[in-house]
Design a protein around this ligand. Structure first.
Ligand code: PRP
Length: 180
């Protein structure tokens, strides 16, 4: 039923899982022998986070943060608000922020600045998707799954009006759905 609103599948479930395995292999190589605090940014990253951590043969701790950009609609305004912070100190820890998508870069650039102040041993960004054409602030992901064009994407954690997050594939939404 939900696929009725879908124009096309951009990245199918097999391609997503294959890329996650590659990303996990890279992370294992880079963090071998270290412990890592992985911070899932709710809610979009939750699906990617769950799949990624289960591929990792590393000493991993889970943390969850919730942030929201001010303003409604399909673009973020640049202002970021922390809805739920973490309690764990990050000093001298390896920290990886896990996100579903880097769009304008506002959310991650704010988060990076915030978490740097807590003096982690290292701080990296791991994002499944990157839309560089939408960037408003300079921000680079350290681990990026796929670089994508500026299309309205849903599924695999990504929503439109809180729907479609549970689709297994990353899909292009039919314009008539969000132009209504
Ligand atoms: C999305 C995404 C990132 C942010 C990226 O979250 O998960 O956090 O937007 O956009 P930016 O690079 O322009 O800041 P959203 O605010 O839609 O919340 P959600 O994760 O709950 O869907």
């Amino acid at each position: 039923m939900m696929y009725e609103d879908i124009e096309s599948v951009l990245i199918d479930r097999n391609a997503i899982q294959a890329r996650i395995k590659e990303m996990a292999a890279q992370l294992e190589k880079d963090y071998r022998g270290e412990s890592v605090v992985m911070i899932c940014i709710l809610r979009g990253a939750s699906v990617f986070f769950c799949d990624l951590v289960r591929e990792l043969d590393l000493d991993v701790r889970f943390e969850f943060m919730s942030v929201s950009s001010y303003g409604a609609g399909t673009t973020s305004s640049g202002e970021v608000r922390i809805v739920k912070d973490i309690n764990t100190p990050l000093a001298d820890r390896n920290v990886i922020i896990v996100e579903d998508i880097i769009d304008s870069g506002n959310t991650l650039s704010y988060l990076k600045r915030l978490l740097e102040q807590r003096n982690p041993k290292s701080l990296k960004i791991c994002a499944l998707l990157d839309k560089p054409s939408r960037r408003k602030v300079e921000l680079k992901g350290d681990y990026v799954g796929f670089t994508v064009e500026d299309k309205f994407l849903v599924g695999y954690g990504l929503d439109y009006a809180e729907k479609y997050r549970n689709l297994k594939d990353i899909c292009v939404l039919k314009p008539e759905i969000y132009q209504k």
